[in-house]
Ligand binder design. Structure first.
Ligand code: N01
Length: 559
C-alpha cells in the first residue's frame, strides 16, 4: 500500500468508484433513497461518462438502439431528450450522461482526477479505506464498484511497443484535441486490431478526405454486418417518446435486454426459401437483429452456425472487390456470432480504396514495433506516421487487478503485480467468484454494478436493475442496523457453479478465445478460459435476485 500523505478524516456511508453510467446511476439512486447519507463518487477522469468519456475514437457509437439505452426512471429526461441518431455517436451519448448528472446536481458529489490504487478492509471498524495514486485516503462503510469491465486498455505484448517515435495511442486514450481531418491529412496511419473498436475506427479514418494511407494489422478476421444507422427527426422523436414504455418492456423480456428476440424456430425446421428470407430481411434491417434475432439454434448447433456463417461470408465477398482481400477478411477460425459481433458503417468497403491496406497477420505475423513503423515476419517494415492500438482491454477483471486489494484477512483479490500471494487470492487465475455477480466473499460491504457474473447486454438496462438490488440491500442493512454484509463462501461457490453451468449452453461461443471467454494474449496469466458473464438470461437473473431478497437475503451474512 503506498504511503498515505493524508488521513481520511471523514467516513462516508457509501463510496462509489467510477463515474460511468453505473456510477452515476448508483449515485443518483443513493441520493434519492438515503438523502442524509454521506456519499462520494471517485473518478479517475476529469468528467463523468466512463466508457463514453474515455472512448473518443472516431466512429465510436452505440450499436444497440439509442431509444433503448436511456435511463428509464427519469421520465422527464425521456420527454426532453432528442436522440439525434438511431445509434447514437459517442459525443451525443457523453452529452446525455453529462446532462443527466447536471440536471440532478450530481457533479458536486464527484471527486475527479482520482484513480484508486489501493483498498484495505478493516475488521475493527467495518470500513474500507481507499488510497489514490497521490496517497490521499477515503474511508467508507459501504462501497460500490462501478469500475467497468472494458476499462483497462492493453497494448500488444510484442517487442518495441514504446519505441515508435511517431504519434501512437490506444483507442480508449484518444487525444482530445486531435482533429483527424486536419491532423491525419497525408499521414500514413497504422491500426492494430479489428474488434468492434478497430472496425469503427478504421471505417471512419478511411473516410478522411486527404488521408495518406491506412494500414490495418489484422490478427483475427472478424465478422461484421451493416449497422444501417439513420437520423431521427423531431417529428419521429415525438412519436418515439410515446413508445418508450413498450421499448423498455420488450427489453425486460429478452435475454440480453436488447429489443431483439431470437426467432424461436430452428434453422432446419424451415425451408431454404424461408430461411434465406429471414436472413435477408434481418440483414437489411438496422441493428443487432442479424445477430440476436435469427433462428434459435444458430449458436448451439454447428450445422446451423455454419450455414449462417456461409451466408454472412458471401455478404462480405459482395462488399469487397479484391477477392484475395475478401478471403483474408472472412473469419475462418470461428463462426458468425461466436464472438461479439460489431456492426459497421462501411467497414469492408474501406478495403476497396487504393490507400487502405490489409496486413493479414496470420500470413505475416507481427515481429516488432520499430521507431518508424511495424516489422512483420516476411522481412517488411510498414513505415507509419501514426500508430493506433485498437487492441482492446484487460476485460472483466482488469480494472480490479489495477487496485492493490487487502480484503478480509489481508487477502488479495487477484494474484497480480501488486501481490505475490497468488494462492491466497479470492479470484485465483483471474477467475471470478461472486454471489449474484453483485458481491464477493471476503470482500464485505462491497457491491458491484456490471461486475463479473451479471448479465451483459444492453448496459443501461442491467445497470438500473443492479443498482436497485444494491439499494434495496443497503436499505435492509440500514433498517436492521447492520454494519456488515458479506456473501458466504458456499453461496458464492454455488452461484459461480450455476453461472458456469449456464455458460455451457453457449456451446459454440465457449470454443472461441475472446474477451468474453477471458483469454488475452497481452495479459499475463489470462491464458485459460473463464466465464465472464451470466448467460442464463437477464429475466432469470432478475428472478434469482428477487428470490434471494424474498428469502431474507439467504447467502449473505450480516452483523
Ligand atoms: O477489443 P477486442 P475492442 N497483436 O478485444 C487485436 C465493446 N465495444 O476494443 O482477435 C495483434 O474485441 C485482437 O486480435 P485477436 C464490445 O463489447 C462496443 O475492439 O485477439 N492484434 C482484436 O482484433 C467489444 O466486443 C462498441 O486475435 C492484437 C483487437 O485487437 C468490446 O468493447 C464499440 C493483439 C481487440 O479486439 C471490445 O472491443 C467498441 C496483438 N498483440 C467496443 N492484441 C459499440 O459499438 C490484440 N489484438 C457499442
Amino acid at each position: 500500500m503506498p504511503h498515505a500523505h493524508s488521513t481520511a478524516d471523514e467516513t462516508y456511508d457509501v463510496l462509489v468508484i467510477g463515474a460511468g453510467l453505473s456510477g452515476i446511476c448508483s449515485l443518483y439512486h443513493i441520493r434519492q433513497r438515503f438523502p442524509s447519507w454521506r456519499v462520494k463518487l471517485l473518478e479517475a477522469g476529469d468528467d463523468v461518462g466512463g466508457t463514453w468519456y474515455w472512448n473518443r475514437y472516431p466512429g465510436c457509437r452505440f450499436d444497440s438502439e439509442s431509444l433503448s439505452y436511456g435511463f428509464s426512471f427519469d421520465k422527464e429526461l425521456l420527454e426532453d431528450w432528442h436522440w439525434k441518431e438511431t445509434y447514437s455517436p459517442q459525443p451525443e451519448t457523453h452529452q446525455y450522461i453529462k446532462h443527466f448528472a447536471e440536471k440532478h446536481n450530481l457533479y458536486q458529489h464527484v471527486v475527479f482526477n482520482t484513480r484508486i490504487s489501493s483498498a484495505r478492509w478493516s475488521d475493527t471498524s467495518n470500513t474500507w479505506t481507499f488510497a489514490d495514486g497521490a496517497g490521499k485516503e477515503y474511508r467508507a462503510k459501504f462501497f460500490i464498484s462501478c469500475i467497468g469491465f472494458l476499462s483497462s486498455p492493453t497494448l500488444p505484448n510484442i517487442p518495441g511497443v514504446h519505441e515508435f517515435t511517431g504519434q501512437s495511442f490506444h483507442t480508449s486514450r484518444w487525444p482530445q484535441d486531435l482533429d483527424i481531418n486536419r491532423d491525419f491529412a497525408n499521414k500514413r496511419i497504422g491500426i492494430i486490431g479489428t474488434g468492434a473498436t478497430g472496425i469503427q475506427t478504421i471505417t471512419s479514418i478511411s473516410k478522411v478526405p486527404d488521408i495518406g494511407s491506412v494500414t490495418v494489422f489484422q490478427r483475427t478476421a472478424n465478422w461484421s454486418a451493416p449497422l444501417r444507422n439513420s437520423g431521427i427527426t423531431t417529428e419521429q422523436m415525438a412519436q418515439h417518446r410515446r413508445e418508450y414504455d413498450s421499448i423498455f418492456q420488450r427489453c425486460a423480456e429478452t435475454p440480453a435486454c436488447f429489443v431483439h428476440q431470437a426467432d424461436p424456430r430452428k434453422s432446419l425446421e424451415v425451408s431454404e426459401e424461408e430461411r434465406l428470407a429471414l436472413w435477408e430481411k434481418l440483414y437489411n434491417e438496422p441493428g443487432f437483429g442479424k445477430w440476436l434475432g435469427i433462428f434459435s439454434d444458430t449458436y448451439t448447433d454447428r450445422t446451423a452456425n455454419e450455414m449462417y456463417s456461409r451466408f454472412m461470408a458471401d455478404k462480405i465477398r459482395g462488399r469487397v472487390h479484391d477477392q484475395e482481400t475478401a478471403e483474408s477478411l472472412i473469419p475462418k477460425n470461428h463462426g458468425f456470432g461466436t464472438r461479439r459481433v460489431p456492426l459497421d458503417s462501411g467497414y469492408f468497403e474501406a478495403y476497396n480504396q487504393a490507400n487502405v491496406h490489409l496486413v493479414d497477420l496470420q500470413k505475416t505475423p507481427l515481429e516488432r514495433i520499430t521507431p518508424t513503423g511495424i516489422a512483420t515476419s516476411d522481412g517488411s517494415t510498414h513505415e507509419l506516421d501514426v500508430l493506433i492500438y485498437a487492441t482492446g482491454f484487460d476485460a472483466i477483471t482488469g480494472a480490479f487487478s489495477a487496485i492493490d486489494w487487502h480484503a478480509k484477512h489481508d487477502r488479495p483479490l487477484i494474484a497480480s503485480s501488486h501481490s505475490k500471494q497468488g494462492d491466497r487470492a479470492i479470484w485465483p487465475d483471474h477467475r471470478p467468484l461472486t454471489f449474484l455477480g453483485l458481491t464477493v466473499p471476503a470482500m464485505p460491504n462491497m457491491f458491484m454494478v456490471l461486475g463479473p457474473h451479471q448479465p451483459f447486454g444492453n448496459a443501461t438496462r442491467s445497470i438500473e436493475h443492479a443498482v436497485q438490488v444494491i439499494n434495496d440491500l443497503l436499505q435492509y442493512c440500514d433498517e436492521k442496523n447492520y454494519t456488515y454484509v458479506e456473501a458466504t463462501q458456499e453461496a458464492a461457490e454455488s452461484w459461480t457453479e450455476h453461472v458456469v453451468e449456464c455458460s455451457n449452453a453457449l456451446t459454440l461461443m465457449n470454443e472461441v478465445d475472446s474477451w468474453m471467454t477471458g483469454v488475452n494474449t497481452n495479459v499475463k496469466g489470462k491464458t485459460v478460459r473463464s466465464v465472464a458473464r451470466y448467460a442464463g438470461s437477464a429475466v432469470e437473473f432478475r428472478k434469482r435476485c428477487r428470490d434471494v431478497q424474498a428469502s431474507g437475503y439467504k447467502g449473505l451474512k450480516f452483523a
